[in-house]
Each structure stands twice: as C-alpha cells, then as structure tokens.
Ligand binder design. Structure first.
Ligand code: GCO
Ligand code: MG
Length: 412
C-alpha cells in the first residue's frame, strides 16, 4: 500500500478550515485537520510546498515512522505551523488505517473506556441576565458542564463574551460564537485586570446562587494574568468550586504555575497553544496542572497527544481536549476517538459548528444528553463533501487582540 496523492483543501463555510486529504493507491482516503486560526495559509503552504511531495509513495501504514520522519528530518522542530502540518498527516493516516481495518478509530487506540464523552459548552453574557439565559439555553441543549465568561463593568468588548462581539458587515454566518472575525486587521478589544479580578468572583457567586452547587462550571482566563494575579483569582474562586480555571497565566512560562499552585486549590487547565510534550514537561512532572488542554490539530496529531496524556496519567492529570470552532470537524472527531479510548479522560470542550460547516464535513458523531460519541463508522467518521467545500473560498479573518487603557498591547 502506497500514498498516491495528497491534497490540501481550504474552505471557509462559517470560518476558514485547512484539510489534508490523503489517497492511497488502492483508493482509501484519509482526512487530517491543519487549521491554525488566523494563520491558515502558512500551514497550507508548509503542507503543499514541503510535506505533500515527501508523502508520495510512502507506506501510509507506518504512522509512527512518518511522524518521526516529518518531525526530525525538518531539523526545525516544534512551533504551531509545523505541528499542525504534522498533525494533519498523522490524523489522515490514522483515518486510513482504521478504514483499512473496517473499524472506528477508537478501536485501534485501545477500544472504548467509557460510554460517552462529557462535554462542556460556552455560556457568556455581558451582564448577569444575559449570562443566566445563556447558561439555561446550554442546559436545554443538553450540556451538563458549562464554561462561564462574563463582561466586566467599564470594559467595552472582551474576548470570549459573545454578546459583545460586533456584527461585521457582509458577515453571513449563522449566529453562533466565532473567535475569529472576517476582517483585514485583528479587531481591537480592551482590558483591565484589576476590574476583572474584582468582578469575576461576584459573577460566580451569582451563578452558584441561581444554578446550585452541582453544575460543573469552568472559566477561561485566556492568558491575561500575572502569576500573583492568577493566584489571587484562584483563591477568590474557591468557594464556587470550579471544575477548572483555564490559561490563568501566559503559557510560555511553565514555572509561573508553581506560584499559582502554592496558593490555590482551584483546579488548573492549560495547553491550547502548546505544541509538544516539552511544553508540559515541568507542569506534569511537578503536578502543577490538573488538565491537559491541547488539541490534536495543534500538537502533532493523535500519535503525540496520546503520548502526552499517557505521561500525564501517571500523575492523575486528565484530558480536557481543546474543541473550539477553529478545530475542524476532522480534528474534533480525532479528539473524540482519543477521549473515548484513554483512561485519564477529564472533559471535552464542545463549541458546535454552524450548518454550512456541517454540510461541508459529513459527520457520524452524536451529542446526546450532554455526552458526545464519535460514532461507529470505519475511520474518523468524517467525509469531506468536495462540492460543498468548493462553494466557500478562503476569506481573510483574524482573532482580536486587546489594549489597556493607556494603549499598551496586553495578553488577551
Ligand atoms: C478555548 C479557547 C479558544 C481560543 C481559540 C483561538 O478555550 O476554546 O480559548 O476560544 O481562543 O481557539 O483560536
Ligand atoms: Mg481557552
């Protein structure tokens, strides 16, 4: 069995997605997700110009060897562009292997360790009434765990708070939360950490009073705090029993988590912008976190995330795989197969895609009573409808960024 062709498909149904489609000489196809939000074309070029030519006539069955070859032969290691490209190849090869075996991919990863995958949804609101409505809507949709993001008095627009996102002229997407906006420049938002630290505990107090002690609640700090600010927030949120506090400090400095950990028992999750096990080494070894947030798409694929999670499992650290809309249905399905198979599963983020995206990517996954399942079709359970994909050419889109009151660029 040999790889006959590999094609990079860029489509923008509700947002931009980069998909790698590998075809073998006996006609089996495999899909991989290479979407890097706001930098999509760089990964497409990395694949088209440097990876696809190396794949032709390789044996698609040797997944580990292909992974090591792409990682080590480039000499320039790690980084989001490289690792998203490797991830796309890796996932497409797993898809092919599972289709060849006639099994859903999770069977090749060890089989099912659970019946369903607990998912959390994103509730947000600029004010409490909107936030409560958003939580209720998510509960009605079946979610049994909910991320809570809130506006802060005095701040105009905050990343992750849907109600504050301005509609962009000519934007015909469905009305669902989308981190990137179709614009020629990154939109500007504002930030004030002291105002946020004062306000957020009052939001969680109100949410607990309204929804009771049982509902698992999560929060994303989105890299905005210094270690001492994060420690203060973790302590302040202890009475509200969070499932996790995510990305409390910028992720580059692993040692920052030592200080946070010494001060709070609020569980910590981190890693959506990490690319390799090296980014987690200290965090796992010193048990400074509770959840690994990497996506398969940004961390070199199933082959590597499985290794990271096995290492984490030795320290009772669990998975919390990244699942925003900028992970395509292909990358999302790959995460579900891994979630189902590993022992140290924690929770899965789930931001449903829009109708156009779901028409481009036909999926076998289900979401029932708060639990996801990848389905039992051979492979990933995702097929790309090429005609639908062709209707939506690439569109320039950027994530926002923020500035402090004095104009300084801040982590957002
Ligand atoms: C999350 C994230 C996302 C990211 C987005 C960037 O926890 O889901 O923080 O919303 O910001 O994936 O592309
Ligand atoms: Mg996040």
């Amino acid at each position: 069995m040999l790889i006959k062709s590999a094609e990079v498909i860029i489509t923008s149904p509700d947002r931009n997605f980069v998909t790698l489609k590998i075809t073998t000489d006996d006609g089996i196809t495999g899909l991989g997700d290479a979407t890097l939000n706001g930098r999509e074309l760089s990964v497409a070029s990395y694949l088209k110009d440097h990876v696809v030519p190396l794949l032709i006539e390789r044996d698609p069955q040797n997944i580990e060897d292909t992974w090591q070859f792409l990682y080590r032969s480039a000499y320039w290691r790690r980084g989001p562009v490289t690792m998203a490209a490797i991830a796309a190849v890796d996932v497409a090869l797993w898809d092919i292997k599972a289709k060849q075996a006639g099994l859903p991919l999770y069977q090749l990863l060890g089989g099912a360790s659970r019946n369903g995958i607990l998912a959390y949804g994103h509730a947000s609101g600029s004010e409490l009434p909107e936030l409560f409505d958003s939580i209720r809507t998510h509960q009605e949709q079946g979610f049994r765990a909910i991320r809570v993001q809130s506006g802060v008095p005095g701040l105009r627009a905050i990343y992750g708070v849907h109600a504050k996102v301005e509609p962009v002229p000519g934007d015909d997407r469905d009305d669902h939360y989308e981190p990137a906006q179709r614009a020629l420049r990154p939109p500007e938002e504002d930030w004030d950490t002291r105002a946020y630290l004062r306000h957020l505990p009052t939001v969680f107090e109100a949410v607990r009073n309204e929804f009771g002690p049982q509902l698992p609640l999560l929060h994303d700090g989105h890299h905005r705090m210094t270690p001492i600010q994060a420690a203060k927030l973790g302590k302040a949120l202890e009475p509200y029993d969070l499932f996790w506090l995510e990305d409390c400090t910028p992720a580059e400095n692993q040692e920052a988590l030592r200080l946070v950990r010494q001060h709070t028992t609020t569980p910590l999750a981190i890693g959506e912008i990490f690319n390799t096990v090296w980014d987690y080494q200290l965090l796992i070894k010193e048990q400074l976190i509770d959840y690994v947030r990497s996506a398969i798409t940004h961390t070199g694929g199933i082959t590597q995330l499985k290794k990271i999670l096995e290492y984490a499992g030795q320290y009772q650290i669990k998975s919390g795989i990244h699942g925003p809309t900028d992970i395509s249905p292909v990358g999302f399905a790959a995460g579900l197969h891994l979630d189902l198979a590993i022992h140290n599963f924690g929770i899965q983020e789930y931001m449903p895609h829009g109708a156009k995206t779901n028409a481009v990517f036909e999926q076998s996954m289900t979401f029932t009573d708060g639990y996801l399942h990848p389905g039992d079709k051979p492979g990933l359970g995702v097929e790309l409808n090429v005609d639908e994909a062709g209707k939506y050419p690439y569109q320039t889109a950027y994530l926002p960024f923020n500035r402090l009151a004095d104009g300084t660029v801040h982590d957002w």
